[in-house]
Design a binder for this molecule. Structure first.
Ligand SMILES: NC(=O)c1ccc[n+]([C@@H]2O[C@H](COP(=O)([O-])OP(=O)(O)OC[C@H]3O[C@@H](n4cnc5c(N)ncnc54)[C@H](OP(=O)(O)O)[C@@H]3O)[C@@H](O)[C@H]2O)c1
Length: 242
């Protein structure tokens, strides 16, 4: 049985992943800020199978202290993230931009710094990005930029970690029903449940795939749109999101 560390384990995709890995008999270290939610997870699980770590991934000192308690891990799933939109491009919200880049990208650098030396040989790093990086969407300047950075990080890290036999899996989910998307007011085509997303991530990670994207009917459509000439895809995206 493997030991899996999951960030963003208190909600949505991360929480569903915790349940999936526990159900398959693995040991899980569930991370998040919400201590009540972490306690709930503990109450529902076999105590020898689940441990929790409460820390804010944007606080480097807290992250270092929390990760110091971790011994060896086989798989790290860096899933915690936040999505907020730039509603007014002219009044560009620099604070929001900084917050999103910090949470979705800079914090990942700190987590990798503290965690990578603890990942076992033949272990795996899983980075949860987003299908938003396939085609840029309006209002997603901050979120999209953070996830595009994460894509590059994953693809570059994979090359460097190959000599350590550590795999890197980049994940591009489409829309998944979670508290993060509950606040969206636009149509979210082909939205899937967090359980379905967890099932797909679990299977892809077990197969040591380097890239996962789902649901395919949505991500292939995005990939097709991305191949169109710039003015065409931009008009299409603007019209479909309105
Ligand atoms: N839902 C989608 O449609 C979708 C699509 C593509 C990609 N994704 C990505 O999938 C990942 C999970 O999203 P989700 O939809 O499951 O979101 P969610 O339900 O809002 O969960 C977000 C998780 O991230 C944790 N988190 C956020 N900021 C944190 C911080 N500063 N420190 C520590 N933990 C923090 C939260 O934990 P606490 O509240 O306990 O801090 C929570 O467990 C994100 O990276 C998101 O960008 C989601």
């Amino acid at each position: 049985m493997s030991k899996i560390l999951i960030t963003g384990a208190t909600s949505g995709i991360g929480e569903a992943l915790v349940h999936k890995y526990l159900k398959q008999g693995h040991n899980v270290i569930a991370c998040g800020r919400n201590t009540e939610k972490l306690a709930q997870l503990t109450n529902h699980a076999n105590s020898s199978q689940l441990s929790t770590l409460a820390f804010d991934i944007t606080n480097t000192d807290d992250t270092e202290q929390a990760i110091a308690q971790v011994e060896q891990v086989d798989i790290i799933i860096l899933n915690a993230g936040d999505c907020q939109y730039i509603d007014d491009a002219i009044g560009f919200d620099n604070k929001l931009f900084q917050h999103i880049i910090n949470t979705n990208l800079i914090a990942i650098g700190h987590l990798l710094h503290f965690l990578l030396p603890k990942v076992s040989k033949h272990g795996q790093v899983v980075l949860v990005s987003s299908s938003v990086t396939i085609v840029p969407l309006p209002r997603a300047e901050a979120y999209g930029a953070s996830k595009a950075g994460l894509d590059y990080l994953a693809n570059s890290l994979r090359i460097d970690l190959a000599k350590n036999n550590i795999g890197v899996t980049l994940v591009h989910p489409g829309f998944v029903a979670t508290p993060l998307t509950d606040k969206n007011t636009f149509d979210m085509p082909f939205k899937i449940t967090s359980e379905d997303a967890a099932k797909r991530i679990y299977a892809g990670v077990a197969a040591r795939k380097s890239y996962l994207h789902f649901p395919k009917r949505f991500t292939y459509l995005l990939k097709l749109i991305a191949m169109l000439p710039n003015p065409l895809w931009q008009r299409l995206v603007a019209r479909s999101i309105r």
